[in-house]
Write a protein that binds this ligand. Structure first.
Ligand code: NI
Length: 178
């Protein structure tokens, strides 16, 4: 198990459309997922997508019980999601502050679908399907955007709402440093 380097905005590997995972329950896949959890936990992230460590696969992990970078957010179940498909369940959008391990030191206010269904498979190839709202829905949309080469600033409608964490949320600076 290894903490991998997290690619930062500007790296063209973050802009690719990722490839579907085709082989499940393999030693290589389990090792990759273990590395992703090590990397996410070392960075205190709420989620991580394979492209963020340079792996061109449709694989995201997310979840936490208490997160230092998002201390006021409710828990999200620990999840490994492969080949995801997201479907908005209403036209309602909500705006919230997001950060990204590939965009260190910054936060932006991002509109997201309030209510979504997501489906995909787990590392064994077993189906996952959930309907979620709140921060869970935001995290899934953020992570799955990494699989289509989108970082959160490209989802923002008002770039005046992009700023340094140390200025916007001084109490979080220790949790969101670079
Ligand atoms: Ni991110």
């Amino acid at each position: 198990m290894t903490v991998r380097e997290i690619l930062k905005m500007g790296d063209p590997r973050l802009l690719r459309v990722a490839q579907p995972v085709q082989h499940f329950d393999t030693p290589e896949l389990h090792a990759l997922i273990a590395d992703m959890f090590d990397t996410m936990e070392a960075a205190r992230g709420a989620g991580l997508a394979a492209p963020q460590i340079g792996v061109d696969l449709q694989l995201v992990i997310f979840g936490f019980t208490q997160n230092a970078r998002y201390p006021d957010r409710p828990p999200v179940p620990s999840t490994v999601l492969l080949n995801p498909v997201l479907t908005p369940l209403s036209d309602k959008m909500v705006e919230g502050w997001e950060g990204c391990l590939s965009v260190p030191g910054l936060r932006g206010k991002v509109p997201r679908h309030a209510h979504i269904r997501y489906s995909g498979v787990d590392p064994l190839g077993q189906p996952i399907e959930r309907e979620v709202d709140g921060f869970h829905a935001v995290v899934v949309q953020h992570e799955c955007d990494h699989l289509i080469g989108r970082l959160y600033p490209t989802r923002m409608s008002d770039l005046t709402q992009l700023g340094y964490t140390s200025v916007l949320f001084p109490d979080l600076v220790d949790a969101d440093d670079d």
